[in-house]
Design a protein around this ligand. Structure first.
Ligand code: GTP
Ligand code: MG
Length: 138
């Protein structure tokens, strides 16, 4: 059975959307395997976002993601990586379709980084790598 790493980012956490995101995950039929509230360290984020190092949005992204608490979760279910990304919607919340987390709950706040409420792993390899970073005990 496939697993994915989901993060309710600081914008979503601060707006009190952790429960709403977890509700949608469970309503879709995926299982919660692990759950944690933490403020990410810059070291953790450098590992998590290694693929984006050097891009113009990298530094604002790490700064934003380390700015406050997040809810991190491991979810489980057949094809849940693709399934959660479908629930999340397009990266830019302005473009994300209604019915998705970003489309229903997100917008452009005019900031340097896209504050788009959630993260979800994008492949089985990313999921394994990310789960090891956020939940080393699993
Ligand atoms: P995640 O689930 O968060 O990984 O989103 P994603 O897979 O849809 O996007 P991606 O992995 O490409 O980028 C990671 C994060 O960097 C995004 O969620 C945004 O917060 C931010 N980001 C990505 N692309 C851009 C961009 O072109 N401009 C800005 N300002 N931020 C971006
Ligand atoms: Mg991504």
């Amino acid at each position: 059975i496939e697993r994915s790493l989901v993060i309710v980012k600081p914008d979503g956490f601060q707006r009190g959307l952790s429960g709403e995101v977890l509700r949608r995950i469970e309503a879709k039929g995926y299982t919660l395997v692990a759950l944690s509230i933490l403020t990410p360290t810059v070291e953790q984020l450098a590992a998590h976002y290694a693929e984006h190092e050097g891009k113009p949005f990298y530094e604002p992204l790490v700064e934003f993601m380390s700015s406050g608490p997040v809810t991190a979760a491991v979810i489980e279910g057949q094809d849940c990586i693709r399934g959660f990304r479908s629930l999340a919607g397009a990266t830019n919340p302005t473009d994300a379709a209604p019915g998705t987390i970003r489309g229903d709950l997100g917008r452009d706040w005019g900031l340097k980084v896209q504050q788009n409420i959630v993260h979800g792993s994008d492949s089985p390899e990313s999921a394994a790598r990310e789960i090891a970073i956020w939940f080393p005990q699993l």
